[in-house]
Design a protein around this ligand. Structure first.
Ligand code: CA
Length: 497
């Protein structure tokens, strides 16, 4: 919902006053506008971060951001797949509005984005690392991006349109480039917005040389739902290609010896072995992200920039770390729906705080604009989370979120679906070549193993959620007709990642 409408709907005048007031104040005192450092990794699930209670790894540097600021427990992605989430973050608009519904489509860089608005309003802007939107970045004074997915070792970058080769490990290089830009930026009197985006820990999970032996003699515990039988859930049980057991080596690792099990293993032993290979390499990639975030934080500390910089850490979506027997993302179930979100800004955000409100990738653009004192355009559909960061959630803050995933048929073969999540419940509708509804009581069934859509005890809740879902679709301008138009505009076909 755009901010104006968001506030108008409920008539929460105190919040209107507070939000309008802080914007005005910031605009007037532009000299004090904070820098913005937006760090995003790719496919980093929050359950692989120690500040989120990970049972399988430690992330001491990411935890520094959480300890110094606020951790969001319920930050969700509106379309859990790489490029679409990035487009939502840049525009503050749902996929069906910004046009980037799946990974096949190129981003229309001529449209309004938050970096463009910051740039227009006196910020120095830079984009370094993984971009993944097919078109060239716009709204940045400087950009240096990986072509497509990019490589882990000795990657090429496209720097302001020119291809350049680099030696080394991609996560280290992205941090080096980010620090170089901070060090050498043209006008140090201007505030900056640095968007620093890692490729890691995206497949095919190649660790850096400094982490390759990490977890060598350790067995990583399997998640609770590792051996899910998908009972009561037809889309999860369908012919998707998400399983560690049957798809991991075939999809990304056909020629990769790391994923070719020893010949003496059989049946479930193979699944267990593959999980260990996968999760250890994934966590090794995370370890390098953590180290390099630490280097950036150290740079800010050493250069007196920590006090006046809003530091944001997130990932473009969550990921299945063996949960439900899967890897990858896409499904609206918790592990891929949830994004990590940590924000630190000393002086305004109380250190070590935790927020449970529903926030979205849709909110990031308006949040950045709010901190920069730039007017939030009416056509953006999220809301600034700055009041939440100050510890004062407006009384009219959203109580539910809307999700829509489109990429089917395609890579991993997860059926198209949309749905609603509230604090307690989730309703999902899978469509296209299936017509299946799912309902979960997240309080009683946090692992989403028991679809109660047809249970008589949930009839009233089902009715109420169906109504709320319809309302959300109307509010955000989504509809079956619009979905059909995307099907016609972008004909079906296999999509590679
Ligand atoms: Ca991703």
């Amino acid at each position: 919902m755009d901010r104006r409408r968001f506030l108008k709907v409920t008539g929460c005048s105190a919040a209107v006053f507070a939000l309008a007031g802080c914007n005005e104040l910031l605009t007037k005192s532009s000299a004090k506008r904070p820098n913005i450092l937006f760090i995003m990794s790719d496919d980093h699930a929050s359950h692989a971060m120690s500040c989120y209670g990970s049972k399988i790894n430690e992330t001491p540097n990411l935890d520094r951001i959480a300890k110094g600021g606020m951790r969001f427990n319920n930050c969700f992605c509106t379309n859990s797949i790489c490029a679409p989430s990035r487009a939502v973050i840049l525009t503050g608009k749902y996929s069906h509005i910004n046009g980037l519904v799946d990974n096949k489509v190129a981003f229309d860089g001529s449209q309004q984005t938050f970096p463009k608005l910051l740039q227009k309003n006196g910020y120095q802007t830079a984009m370094i690392g993984k971009w993944h939107l097919k078109s060239d970045p716009t709204g940045f004074d400087y950009w240096s991006i990986l072509p497509g997915q990019g490589r882990y070792y000795d990657p090429e970058f496209i720097e302001m349109g020119e291809k350049k080769a680099f030696k080394g490990y991609v996560t280290d290089i992205i941090a080096d480039k980010s620090i170089d830009w901070l060090e050498n930026r043209v006008d140090k009197n201007k505030p900056f917005c640095l968007v620093s985006q890692h490729k890691a820990p995206h497949s095919n999970w190649q660790p850096g040389s400094d982490h390759k032996d990490m977890y060598k003699d350790i067995e990583i515990p399997e998640p609770e739902t590792f051996n899910d039988d998908y009972k009561t859930r037809s889309a999860a049980a369908s012919d998707n290609e998400m399983t560690i057991e049957h798809h991991l080596d075939l999809q990304y690792h056909g020629k990769d010896k790391r994923m070719t099990p020893p010949k003496d293993l059989e049946g479930k032993q193979i699944k267990k072995w593959k999980y260990q290979q996968y999760i250890k390499d994934y966590l090794r990639c995370v370890a390098s992200v953590d180290d390099n975030v630490g280097r950036l934080l150290d740079y800010l500390d050493a250069n007196g920039l920590s006090e006046n910089t809003v530091i944001i850490y997130t990932s473009d979506q969550g990921f299945y770390l063996g949960d439900h027997g899967w890897y990858d993302k896409r499904f609206m179930y918790e592990e891929s729906l949830r994004m990590p979100l940590l924000v630190k800004y000393p002086g305004e955000i109380k250190p070590g705080t935790v927020n449970d409100d529903i926030v979205l990738n849709l909110d990031f653009a308006q949040t950045a604009l709010d901190y920069a004192g730039v007017r939030q355009p009416d056509d953006m559909q999220g809301a600034s989370i700055r009041p939440l960061l100050k510890g004062k959630t407006p009384c009219n803050w959203r109580k539910s979120m809307y999700y829509h995933y489109y990429e089917y048929p395609g890579w991993h073969m997860v059926k198209r679906h949309y749905g609603i999540r509230t604090a307690r419940y989730k309703l999902i509708h899978f469509y296209y070549d299936i017509d299946a509804w799912e309902l979960y009581d997240l309080q009683k069934d946090p692992n989403e193993l028991n679809n109660v859509y047809d249970a008589p005890a949930f009839a009233d809740i089902r009715k109420e959620l169906t109504k709320q879902l319809d309302e959300l679709r109307k509010q955000y301008g989504d509809s079956d007709q619009l979905t059909q138009s995307f099907l016609e505009k972008y004909p079906e076909g296999d999509v590679r990642r």
